[in-house]
Design a protein around this ligand. Structure first.
Ligand code: HPA
Ligand code: ZN
Length: 337
């Protein structure tokens, strides 16, 4: 019998909640700063890592947007994506649905095309060289207004066929999903899937709004849904995928201890939960590390792990024909290990 950590690393899995800007390691941050002649407010890689102590989401976002300021060229975004895919391929990850925040870059004066062209070329390289497939999700920054989101959706029009979905991220409290009802309606009319961060710091009402006002296909995080039994019934009954991020929750003080993390409770309630890394360079672990630490803290059994792996594919935006071989690979792996 393999150890749980070995079993987890080899288990075929997908990542459905990953902000590519959140995979910027301090080493690459320094390299890009040098390449682009940008002065960082940190003396060393160690000083950057030491600054990664957060007491809430906003604390993190302030430093995360600052870090993204070193990304200037298509090549930078390409390199960022390829570095992430190399790490996650070693974690047994076969498919990724990654977020990017175009407004973080266009607000700094970069043309819309720079980030997306660089990311798409990194994604193509990952498929060719690592066999990891991926889909791209455009996120609107919820602290900005509806007009800015509409302008971003319009800028994305030439890229529609290369986008899977739109999402909603950044500061949750005070920025309910309903603020973006019309933008989501327009995204749906363009044939895009819809996801939104909800219930990370925000109340259960924000999860209801994501479901009923935005009509999302997936909820990102969703932790606080557990405070509302009717919402749990709704999510379980509709097999709504929740993209849960345990190490992120720990670092942003959404939970105080991984042992108190609600993931096992979610599974036991019949919720379709998945494990994801969110912003792995900032939160101390890529995909497999999230699985390994969560499995140890919550005593997850092999059955739970297989369920989580299956959920990561059935909750993806791959077609049923694309999902089927991944499910078969999970089942074959579970039998052999
Ligand atoms: N929540 C909201 N916005 C984000 C996050 C998150 O966890 N990560 C990157 N942007
Ligand atoms: Zn997130």
């Amino acid at each position: 019998m393999t150890t749980d950590a070995q079993f987890i690393r080899g288990l075929p899995k997908a990542e459905l909640h990953l902000h590519i800007e959140g995979s910027l390691e301090p080493e690459l941050m320094f390299e890009l700063a040098r390449r682009n002649r940008i002065t960082l407010p940190f003396a060393s890689v160690e000083a950057v890592r030491a600054a990664y102590a957060f007491s809430n989401l906003q604390d993190f976002l302030d430093i995360y947007y600052q870090g993204a300021g070193v990304l200037m060229t298509e090549q930078d975004f390409h390199d960022l994506a390829v570095a992430y895919f190399r790490r996650v391929a070693a974690d047994g990850c076969r498919h990724v649905e990654l977020f990017f925040d175009p407004q973080t870059h266009t607000d700094r004066g970069l043309p819309f095309s720079v980030a997306i062209d660089g990311l798409l070329s990194g994604m193509a390289e990952a498929k060719d060289s690592l066999g990891v497939t991926s889909k791209l999700i455009l996120c609107f920054l919820r602290h900005l207004d509806e007009d800015a989101a509409f302008a971003t959706l319009k800028a994305a029009d030439p890229y529609l066929s290369q986008l899977a979905a739109v999402g909603l991220d950044s500061s949750e409290l005070g920025h309910p999903p309903s603020k973006f009802a019309r933008v989501y309606q327009a995204a749906r009319a363009r044939g895009l899937k819809l996801v939104a961060h909800a219930g990370e710091e925000g109340p259960p009402e924000y999860v209801w709004e994501a479901l009923d006002v935005l009509g999302v296909d997936r909820i990102d995080h969703g932790n606080r849904a557990l405070e509302d039994p009717d919402l749990v019934t709704r999510l379980a009954g509709s097999a709504m995928t929740l993209t849960v991020c345990p190490l992120s929750n720990l670092k942003l003080c959404v939970v105080n201890d991984l042992k108190a993390h609600p993931l096992k409770r979610m599974l036991d309630l019949g919720l379709k939960a998945t494990i994801n890394s969110d912003d792995p360079a900032y939160f101390g672990g890529y995909l497999a590390e999230n699985w390994i630490q969560t499995a140890a803290a919550l005593n997850l059994g092999r059955e739970d792990l297989v369920t989580l792996a299956r959920n990561s594919f059935t909750g993806s935006f791959l077609t049923p024909a694309e999902i089927a071989p991944h499910l078969a690979a999970i089942d074959a792996y579970a039998v052999a290990n």
